[in-house]
Design a binder for this molecule. Structure first.
Ligand code: IMP
Ligand code: MG
Length: 173
């Protein structure tokens, strides 16, 4: 596998995150909001999206196991790091880099719902279209993309490429 063509430019990502941030600012006006980033992939989206949200938000992070070095989902989700704080009665917005099968998020939603947040919504920069095995309602979607494996802007292939400022496709050698 090697770095392929650019799918979404840094400029397009920036413009989309500004739109998403404006929508979130509007929707949560006058309310408490806790952003929950899903590590490691969402760390860049979280940092850039949050700077487009004009509200006194708080931050927390969870880490879950994903593919490892493979490019297909295993369906096995493990919480490697849980939230630092209680979320009962709070408005929680999960920030994700990408939703593929939806298995990771489905598991996360279930484990967070039982903690009784006031609300629980999702913002994801990318959603792989038509591939979701689990139907998940994503309140804020950046881009819908095809089934290709993508890297950059927090997304990795075998731990690398997360620092690319744009999103690119991985290609067969
Ligand atoms: P899901 O459980 O299949 O929705 O997969 C979610 C997780 O898998 C994401 O948070 C990513 O870490 C990883 N993932 C899914 N698709 C891609 C991709 O195209 N590139 C890199 N990572 C991906
Ligand atoms: Mg990953």
């Amino acid at each position: 596998m090697k770095l392929g063509k650019t799918l979404i430019s840094a400029e397009d990502i920036e413009a989309k995150l500004a739109e998403m941030g404006a929508a979130i600012t509007r929707d949560y006006q006058g309310q408490d909001l806790l952003l929950v980033g899903v590590l490691k992939g969402a760390f860049i989206v979280m940092a850039d999206l949050a700077r487009h949200i004009d509200l006194p938000v708080e931050f927390d992070f969870m880490a879950v196991s994903s593919y490892g070095a493979a490019t297909k989902t295993s369906g096995v989700v493990r919480i490697l790091k849980d939230l630092d704080q209680e979320i009962a009665g709070r408005n929680v917005l999960i920030v994700e880099d990408i939703i593929d099968s939806g298995l990771t998020l489905n598991y996360l939603l279930k484990s967070l719902k039982v903690r009784r947040p006031a609300s629980l919504e999702i913002a994801s920069l990318l959603v792989k279209k038509g591939l979701q095995r689990t139907p998940i309602e994503v309140k804020y979607t950046g881009f819908e993309i095809g089934p290709e494996f993508v890297i950059g802007y927090g997304l990795d292939f075998a731990g690398k490429y997360r620092n690319l400022p744009y999103i690119a496709v991985m290609e067969e050698e």
